[in-house]
Design a protein around this ligand. Structure first.
Ligand code: SF4
Length: 578
């Protein structure tokens, strides 16, 4: 397999391909290749919204070849945190890149006018997007589907008005229902005047030993569909966690003022499944179908008929725009998700920022002058809808501050102790105990998906674990996910891809790795990422934990600051950091 990187320079309107066998041999693919290219392309101190800042999209050796290896990783400098930006998306993108023959794409520069990139196998064109600039993310997809007559496997990724306005947590919508959601890739696209990318490919893939390949494919496929490893993702989906975490007192509610939501039953996964769910979809190459789509009936406009919109939902949006804003109806949550989808905002950051603003208004740090008379009150869906639109339009200093993230807004107006961020990133929906806090703080992208600290907490509730044991689990996950994210698999399929299955599937595409090689690779990838973070100013010894985490009871009881401090100390020692 020839392993190539496609370079696109928007300023010079040029593109070219480089063979990079050594890069892929050293770093496998996906996140390993992504961080290595970011080190090469992004000089220290680069403004993330300047033409000098690159965007790197990369896939791994298993994408398009084995089941549930469906993700693409975007690596960039985050305009939200000012350090490592890393975000994963499914949909059809990895398949389209594979069949177009590009394992990585590096985008440099800034277009002179709104543009989109069209990649069709080796043909790359930079096209005028003036007529679709300003249009919402969903409609942009519809227009490009008609305009671009790509053949083969095709994927369309695009930003909405939030990315164009450079909202620091704007995302990129991938094939309608998937996203590069976190850490502001949409703003980076906006800064490059890059509205969208349309990728299609018709190449074929050769494997060295077809018989062996089929054997391993069938083994992985059977584990995926005939065991219970991935069952929960298809049935109710991740939103099944709403009821569980609510019961455990781990469901962040009203900006973490509470950890269980009295109206939790009204927004549970079961309620969505019974009343709102209309279909399930899959990323290309996945037999599971965990993408849950609901119908939302809304008034088309005043005095007009209704329209029915299709909105995808998951656990995290239901937490961030539901319990965390005190929204106690499935329709209300779907309406807010739909606004974020159209604007192209990251739902998690948006919800956490609105919850900070609601509390800041309650406490008198801001007034109706700042909110422009928008009533930011728990469960006020109309108020939150208006506020989300205002964040993108930035009609005054207050909304412009909200567009910069919760940390920025709290530094300006106060309320830092309840600005719920870790490492500058708005937190995910788990108040499960100390491992969730530490996991997000030390994780390379400050996400619950870096090392699943929330799962360590839940293990520790069932079986006594001391601080050191919890830290060991976090480090183990951090490293092993670096490998899995280089392949690049869907994290829901971790149970399918055991170490043995990873080694066998790599062998089937001609890559020989031992268990030790993989462990070493995981460690190296983590270190490279931390090098980048530190170079850009991240300092774990000064990382802030919002006081609110210590005030509200979690699933593991009240978290003591001393426990978190002790875990961080152990963590630094085990990583060999002074
Ligand atoms: S489990 Fe869900 S997110 Fe993962 S690849 Fe399948 S459909 Fe996509």
């Amino acid at each position: 397999m020839l392993r190539k990187v496609l370079y696109i320079d928007l300023s010079k309107e040029e593109s070219w391909v480089e063979e990079k066998q050594e890069l892929f041999e050293n770093w496998m693919g996906g996140t390993g290749v992504g961080i290595s290219l970011l080190q090469e392309e992004c000089p220290p101190g680069t403004d993330p919204l300047s033409p000098r800042a690159p965007v790197i999209l990369s896939i791994g050796p298993l994408n398009g070849i084995f089941p549930v290896a469906t993700k693409t990783v975007a690596t960039f400098k985050s305009p939200l945190t000012g350090e490592l930006g890393e975000s994963y998306a499914g949909g059809r993108l990895s398949l389209a890149l594979r069949f177009a023959g590009h394992e990585a794409v590096v985008i440099r520069g800034q277009a002179s006018q709104p543009s989109y990139i069209s990649i069709n196998d080796s043909e790359v064109k930079i096209k005028d997007a003036t007529s679709i600039w300003g249009i919402d993310a969903q409609t942009t997809g519809v227009i490009l589907r008609d305009r671009e007559s790509g053949v083969g496997k095709r994927s369309i990724i695009r930003i909405g008005p939030a990315g164009e306005a450079r909202v620091r947590y704007a995302g990129v919508v991938v094939d309608t229902y998937r996203h590069f959601g976190r850490l502001g890739l949409g703003a980076v696209f906006g800064s490059k005047r890059l509205k969208a990318m349309v990728i299609s490919g018709t190449e074929t893939i050769d494997v060295p030993d077809v018989k062996r390949y089929k054997e391993i494919y069938n083994r992985l496929y059977k584990t995926t569909v005939q065991t219970d490893v991935m069952e929960k993702y298809h049935d109710i989906g991740t939103s099944v966690n709403i009821a569980t975490l609510n019961w455990l007192k781990g469901l962040p509610t009203k900006n973490f003022l509470l950890s269980s939501f009295p109206d939790g039953e009204k927004i549970s996964g079961e309620v969505f499944a019974n009343n709102q769910l209309i279909r399930r979809l899959s990323c290309a190459g996945c037999p599971i179908g965990c993408v849950h789509i609901a119908s939302l009936k809304t008034a088309f406009s005043k005095h007009h008929e209704f329209e029915v919109r299709k909105v995808s939902y998951d656990y995290e949006p239901i937490y961030s725009l539901g319990s965390n804003l005190g929204v106690g109806s499935a329709e209300g949550v779907l309406q807010l998700i739909d606004v974020c989808e159209r604007q192209g905002l990251d739902v998690m950051s948006a919800g956490v920022i609105l919850s900070w603003a609601t509390e800041a208004l309650e406490k008198g740090l801001i007034t109706s002058k700042e909110t422009k008379d928008v009533k930011l009150q728990w469960n006020n869906v109309e108020g939150y809808t208006k506020a989300l639109e205002n964040i993108v339009k930035a009609p005054n200093e207050f909304y412009a501050a909200l567009a910069q993230g919760a940390d920025y807004a709290a530094q300006k107006y106060g309320g830092m102790e309840y600005a719920m961020t870790l490492g500058g990133n708005e937190v995910s929906g788990y108040h499960t105990g100390p491992a969730s806090i530490v996991g997000q703080l030390v994780g390379v992208r400050h996400s619950h998906l870096d090392n699943a600290g929330y799962a360590v907490d839940q293990k520790a509730i069932k079986k006594q674990m001391d601080a050191e044991m919890m830290v060991d689990e976090i480090i183990k996950e951090d490293n092993s996910r670096g490998v899995f994210n280089s392949l690049v698999g869907c994290l829901f399929a971790r149970g399918v891809y055991t170490e043995e299955n990873i080694i066998d599937s790599l062998g089937a595409v001609g890559i020989c790795k031992t268990k030790e090689d993989l462990q070493e690779l995981g460690r190296r990838i983590f270190e490279e990422k931390y090098k980048f973070k530190v170079q850009e100013g991240f300092d774990l010894t000064h990382a802030r934990v919002p006081k609110r985490f210590y005030e509200t009871i979690s699933a593991a009881g009240v978290v003591a600051p001393e426990t978190v401090e002790e875990m961080l100390k152990i963590y630094r020692k085990k990583r060999g950091w002074s």
